[in-house]
Design a protein around this ligand. Structure first.
Ligand code: HEM
Length: 226
């Protein structure tokens, strides 16, 4: 199978997997299999799916580095957008069904319940990422896009803290999520160190051999160091 076909198959599988929880929740609401507390169930499924999807977006880069198979990067954007979709759904269930769109309860919850404050912050961070996920935004924002999209490392961390905080007794699953998040971040460290070393050597070379018409050290001014 050629690369295009493999990516297409992976994208189809991704769409099927990502939409399955929505179908399950919709069917559950229609056929009444969401249990005694359907709102809690919807919050549970949407929240867990959002967190898993956020962590899944962080898997792409280590997989690309370990396998050397670059086309896998094409799965990252749809994964991120699915994560955002589930966070919006999660937020919508909480706001619309749990709190009946009562503005005073919503603002009070966000202000007074720390796990809600943290979850809400994670949600807010994801909004600019979703809005600037197009190729046009990447071209328009350039280096600022790269900086902005580093928030993708913060949002899952807030999701994990939010989850850990709201669980009352058994914290094993939130701790497992925290361990997965930590491992995914640690896997990135060698790549970041390599990138830093590469940028430092570019600056060093520019200091040693100044380009005609340019002051030594100008590489910094032109943004060789991010
Ligand atoms: C990055 C964003 C977020 C992620 C990844 C996330 C994830 C989760 C997870 C994993 C759960 C636990 C599900 C369970 O086992 O029951 C959960 C529950 C919950 N989340 Fe979020 N969440 C996020 C944002 C929010 C926001 C913005 C709100 C509302 C402002 C919110 C409100 C809730 C509520 C009310 C629950 C259920 C709490 C309970 O069972 O008592 N979350 N969330």
């Amino acid at each position: 199978m050629n690369t295009k076909r493999i990516v297409l198959v992976l994208k189809v599988l991704l769409w099927l997997g990502a939409l399955a929880p929505t179908v399950w929740m919709g069917a559950g609401a229609i056929f009444g299999w969401l249990g005694a507390n359907p709102i809690e169930k919807l919050e549970h499924v949407s929240g867990m799916t959002a967190l898993i999807a956020l962590l899944a977006t962080l898997v792409v880069t280590p997989v690309r580095r370990l396998t050397g198979w670059n086309p896998v990067i094409q799965l990252r954007r749809p994964m991120g957008l699915f994560a955002f979709y589930y966070v919006v759904l999660h937020f919508g269930v909480w706001m619309g069904l749990d709190l009946s769109l009562e503005l005073s309860w919503i603002t009070e919850d966000i202000a007074k319940r720390p796990y809600i404050t943290v979850g809400f912050t994670g949600f807010l961070l994801l909004i600019p990422l979703a809005l600037t996920s197009t190729k046009r935004s990447i071209r328009r924002l350039g280096k600022r896009w790269v900086k902005l999209h580093r928030l993708v490392y913060v949002a899952p961390a807030l999701g994990v803290v939010h989850y850990y905080w709201l669980v009352k007794a058994d914290v094993r699953i939130p701790l497992l999520m925290a361990a997965i998040y930590t491992a995914l971040m640690l896997l990135r460290v060698p790549g970041w160190l390599k990138g830093r070393a590469r940028r430092a050597s570019v600056v060093e070379r520019s200091l040693a051999k100044p380009v005609e018409g340019r002051e030594p050290g100008n590489a910094m001014a032109v943004g060789a160091i991010d």
